[in-house]
Design a protein around this ligand. Structure first.
Ligand code: T3D
Length: 287
């Protein structure tokens, strides 16, 4: 008999039907999505397990990120965790079951983590991580893939991969050196020591550290400000930086020229230029 756990999220016989495709057999939504003031908030919602990522949860997170990407009413995205953790990375209970069943990683890195990271980095609008507590393993990688990290003063980052005999995934080998430099990234990934919020700020891993009680308000403040900004230009800035990270100056100049042409066609650019000349404050509509 197949001993592998059912990772499809399908309800076992007799269970309450899920309330949505992202809910478990008890009707509990593992990822929440809401939009207010132009900001899509995505909340990892398995607080009892420090928001560790199961297959169901990874599928739900990817769905929420794609929804935010395609949502014209959302011009910035806020990613946070429910409870005292941001995200403890891969759910190790599910992982152990997979190891016992002889399926190893069950292709989850390629099937889930990679598309999640590419959807965050490829999002044509700013993504802010509101890091409310520990971000470990792939949970830290999720935060590193975002454009901004607003972090509660009690939060920590733990590059927990080596602690369980794994190498980094979810882009940490790409994002972390770009945040802290190659030598520090090597140290953090090999030694796997947790890094507190204040040290993370010193190292350049995070945008700002705020008192825990102010995290939601401060992260939202940044997100709302970004949601009122020139969305087309923000998307182009992200594309230009990602491209230049792996290309020559000559090639990057070409891409900058193309992106500038696209920005110059945006209504926001036309209106902001007129507003400057009229000595008025520009209002950006995100198009
Ligand atoms: O498929 C693949 O596996 C490949 C992908 C790998 C990517 C990765 O993310 S590898 C890294 C995996 N994550 C970790 O190694 C972190 C493991 N967790 C911890 O080290 C600690 O739990 C924390 C430092 C995150 C928090 O510590 P603490 O003392 O504040 O809380 P706790 O008591 O350890 O955890 C609270 C509960 O969350 C606890 O459940 P319980 O005992 O009350 O029922 C704990 O088991 C659960 N939990 C925490 N992390 C995970 C988890 N459950 C499943 N998976 C986890 N990753």
């Amino acid at each position: 008999m197949d001993q592998r756990p059912d990772l499809t999220g399908a309800a076992p016989e007799g269970a309450v039907a899920p309330s949505s495709p992202t809910a478990d057999e008890h009707g509990h939504d593992h990822v929440l999505y809401s939009v207010e003031d132009g900001v899509a908030t995505i909340t990892l919602n398995r607080p009892d397990a420090m928001n560790a990522l199961t297959i169901l949860m990874k599928a739900a997170l990817l769905e929420a990120l794609e929804r935010a990407r395609d949502d014209a009413g959302a011009r910035a995205v806020l990613l946070t965790g429910a409870g005292r953790g941001f995200c403890a990375g891969q759910d190790l209970r599910e992982h152990a079951d997979n190891l016992d069943a002889g399926v190893g990683l069950d292709n989850t890195v390629r099937a889930h983590y990679n598309p999640i990271i590419l959807t965050i980095t490829g999002m044509g609008k700013p993504v802010i991580a509101a890091v409310n507590g520990i971000a470990a393993g792939a949970g830290a990688s999720l935060a590193f893939a975002c454009d901004f990290r607003v972090v509660a003063d009690g939060a920590k980052f733990a590059m927990a991969f080596s602690g369980i005999g794994l190498a980094p995934d979810s882009g940490a080998s790409w994002t972390l050196p770009r945040l802290v430099g190659p030598a520090r990234a090597r140290e953090l990934l090999v030694l796997g020591e947790p890094v507190g919020a204040a040290r993370a700020l010193e190292l350049g891993m995070v945008t700002s550290v705020v008192p825990a009680g102010e995290l939601t308000a401060r992260a939202r403040e940044l997100a709302v400000r970004l949601a009122q900004g020139p969305t087309v230009a923000y998307g182009a800035i992200k594309q230009a930086l990602d491209f230049s990270a792996a290309h020559s100056l000559e090639d990057s100049l070409e891409v900058e020229a193309d992106l500038q042409d696209a920005c110059a066609k945006s209504e926001d650019h036309h209106n902001a230029t007129r507003a400057f000349l009229a000595k008025e404050r520009p209002v950006f509509e995100g198009r």
